[in-house]
Design a protein around this ligand. Sequence first.
Ligand code: ZN
Length: 146
Amino acid sequence: MCSVPDCGRAHKALGYCPAHYRRFLDTGDPQADRPVREVAGDGYLHHGYWVIPVPKALRWFVGGATRIGEHRLVMARHLGRALRRDEVVHHRNGNRTDYRIENLEQWLTAHPKGQRVEDVVAFSIEMLARFAPEIGARATRRTAAS
Ligand SMILES: [Zn+2]
């Protein structure tokens, strides 16, 4: 049992449940007066990330996964589309259990294989088409016309 008064959650480590243990690791204080966010179903910590079961209606956001890090689901819902494999969700404040949208940032790990100019240009057009389609369309037209 967690040692935080009135917590009542199962023990994970150092006398704390997963939520209070994570806070203790992150800040040195389990922050007993701050409520622990409850999610539907069973969530759990995995390498510091809060993993939750994905309701059937939301699974298209996460490639059909039945469980996912909550930060990825929050970002996918924010974007209104599924995240691609090369998109990672960064926690601005470094707290991996803080999945408030204002703490999350969309990062991209994609990069061109080479540094050949044509490859870099092709990669740039692909990224524009993906993230700024209004600019990407112009770039594609210009390339096709030349
Ligand atoms: Zn606790």
